[in-house]
Design a binder for this molecule. Structure first.
Ligand code: SF4
Ligand code: MG
Length: 321
């Protein structure tokens, strides 16, 4: 069947002008030719360090940011060709959950009205139906509907994220793009939120794009994982194979520092030397070559393609070319 989401050659270049009369032009390629597909009902984790372009990727898909080139098809429809009105219709089916729910919840609005708002925006249901849906979704997110009279500050961080998730569910979406949804929460609360997301996925047949800097978090929720480095995919794999046997040296290093790996055959953490290169001046060849423990001569000159290695596994590294 047709994938729910098809991303082709997606690119985003930010241009800034500095200096006298803005003559010094700086270009940063935040997303550099990403190709991905998401099947209905699956969770794809997008992982990478801060600045790798993963949030930009999420925003491009939701059209919160305009792409420089490439295409995104959702349910077979090419999103970048849609006018505002048609895009609004698509947004019902594609919702976002953000890292900091507090920042995205209006402090002066009762939670019940925060939840009702998407239905009003999309002109869905009568007042009575909307009120019922708010109560239903509150229950599903683990709240007594009476708490809908309260304001965001009267809830804990974990509860606020549940409100953020509840709001995303109001319009009965197909796809949820969650950008670091548990990164601001304590570890014990993270597990609760991840479990809730899993439960909701079953109940509502949701598809998730789950963005995180933390391979440990992504592991428990993702069917497949895409690792990003400087705007490109380093590795794309089903979760099990990736965690059992990471192929890209960057994935291997990231994974070696995840504390929850197998107790048997535990390896020493691989220290990734140096910082992420300046995205305005990325290294030639493989973007990871300045930090890679397995760097070869060719890596400094030639950018690796995303090679298909085995069933469903792709890796952008000359070791596999
Ligand atoms: Fe390392 Fe070369 Fe592979 Fe890049 S292409 S990850 S530098 S081995
Ligand atoms: Mg981010």
């Amino acid at each position: 069947s047709q994938p729910l989401l098809e991303i082709e050659d997606l690119r985003k270049v930010y241009t800034s002008h500095k200096g006298l009369l803005g003559r010094n032009k700086t270009e940063v390629t935040a997303v550099d030719g990403i190709r991905l597909q998401l099947n209905a009902g699956e969770t794809l984790g997008i992982v990478g360090e801060s600045g790798c372009g993963k949030s930009t990727l999420g925003r491009l898909i939701a059209r919160l940011t305009d792409a420089t080139s490439g295409s995104v098809r959702f349910n077979g429809e090419s999103l970048f060709d849609l006018n505002k009105k048609d895009m609004k219709t698509v947004r019902r089916e594609m919702q976002m959950v953000f890292q900091d729910p507090y920042a995205s919840l209006n402090p002066r609005q009762q939670v019940q009205s925060i939840l009702e708002e998407p239905l009003i925006v999309h002109k869905m249901g009568s007042k009575k139906e909307r009120t019922e849906r708010v109560a239903d979704i509150m229950r599903i997110a683990g709240f007594d509907p009476d708490l809908g009279k309260r304001y965001p500050h009267q809830f804990s961080g974990g509860q606020r994220q549940r409100i953020g998730i509840a709001r995303a569910l109001m319009t009965n979406p197909k796809l949820i793009i969650a950008d670091e949804p548990v990164s601001a929460l304590d570890v014990s609360i993270q597990a609760q939120i991840l479990n809730l997301l899993k439960e909701l996925q079953g109940t509502f047949s949701l598809t998730y794009l789950f963005i995180s800097h933390d391979l440990g978090v992504v592991r428990h929720i993702s069917d497949r994982v895409a690792v990003m480095y400087l705007g490109r995919l380093a590795e794309l794999s089903d979760s099990e194979s990736l965690y059992r046997n990471p192929l890209h040296p960057y994935t291997e290093a990231l994974l070696s520092s995840v504390p929850i790996a197998e107790p048997s055959g535990r390896k020493e953490p691989i220290v990734i030397k140096g910082d992420m290169p300046n995205p305005a001046d990325p290294p030639k060849g493989c973007a990871f070559h300045t930090r890679c423990p397995k760097v070869k001569d060719i890596c400094k000159e030639v950018k690796p393609e995303l090679y298909s290695v085995e069933d469903g596994r792709f890796v952008a590294c000359h070791l596999y070319g």
